[in-house]
Write a protein of this length. Structure first.
Length: 293
């Protein structure tokens, strides 16, 4: 099936109208006739098969299809600017953009450690997007992200030449507030009575924990199942139970002794990956992050 042709100029005119809110304002900004601009936008709508604007009394507002088109248009124009920079070797003088996706369940402390080499730099604009693993992989595939930080590697497939670089591995612990009676588990058997805060069943960390419990024939008291490491940290601070987390998630609380490490598992580790596709002209900022590890 033949796909409709996408005209770069149509996208430029459409983006101007979306930014200005009126054909009049966009035409003045671009220095073109209003009639010519209207024709260009209409041709883009015909090419995409969807109306991109609906008219209000004072301005044009984006439809749902229009919002999607604008997001892609912004990405296309940023990519075009970066292409010129890369091929003309102007990256040392131009402000560069690094688009990073981070799985929503990933430790915020870990993310900050990864991004530290580019934080606060005047020559770098950082775009950080959070989402599910599947959503971020799709954005990476469509070149809307440069790298994805995840606790899972991507599956290698014939049509995808991608790399999952292992950045770090950390032991996993049960952490919680200090008890008046004890601050350590003498044995895992005590989990028959002490409530625990666990990642949800779709987490590799949870699968490994359940296997350990099954091997020791222990049925733990589960106080909560949470798909967000930040929420696990907060619940542990409130004394709701012992949270199963890598120490990096609660490093500040451990340092301030708001939380203590009750038990460290020798046979459970959390792995952190940087996922990126093989590209002829990769974003050099990704290498700066990876080389600093």
């Amino acid at each position: 099936m033949n796909h409709p042709f996408l005209n770069y100029h149509h996208l430029r005119y459409f983006r101007a109208v979306a930014q200005e809110g009126t054909v009049t304002g966009a035409a003045a900004k671009l220095g073109v006739a209003q009639s010519a601009l209207s024709v260009q936008v209409r041709q883009l709508e015909e090419s995409l098969g969807h109306p991109l604007f609906h008219r209000t009394r004072k301005s044009l507002e984006l439809t749902e299809a229009g919002r999607i088109a604008l997001e892609y248009a912004e990405t296309i124009f940023r990519s075009g600017e970066e292409l010129v920079d890369v091929l003309h070797d102007q990256n040392h003088t131009e402000r560069r953009t690094l688009r990073v996706g981070a799985v929503a369940t990933l430790s915020r402390n870990f993310q900050l450690r990864c991004l530290k080499p580019v934080l606060g730099r005047s020559d770098v604009e950082l775009v950080l997007r959070s989402g599910s693993f599947g959503e971020l992989v799709r954005l990476l595939e469509h070149r809307m992200l440069d790298v994805v930080l995840s606790n899972l590697p991507v599956r290698r497939e014939a049509h995808r030449n991608w790399h999952s670089q292992l950045i770090e591995q950390q032991p996993v612990s049960l952490v919680g507030t200090r008890s008046r009676r004890i601050s350590r588990l003498a044995s895992l058997d005590e989990l028959r009575e002490i409530p625990v805060l666990l990642p949800t069943l779709d987490s590799a960390l949870r699968v490994a924990f359940d296997q350990v419990m099954e091997r020791h024939q222990i049925r733990p008291v589960i106080a909560a199942e949470v798909d967000d490491m930040a929420m696990l940290r907060l619940l542990a601070r409130e004394g709701a139970g012992l949270a199963l987390v890598p120490p990096v998630v609660v490093e500040g609380e451990l340092r301030r002794r708001q939380l203590v490490e009750w038990y460290q598992f020798s046979d459970i580790q959390e792995s952190f990956y940087a996922i990126r596709p093989a590209r002829r002209f990769p974003n050099p900022l990704v290498n700066e992050i990876m080389n600093s590890r």
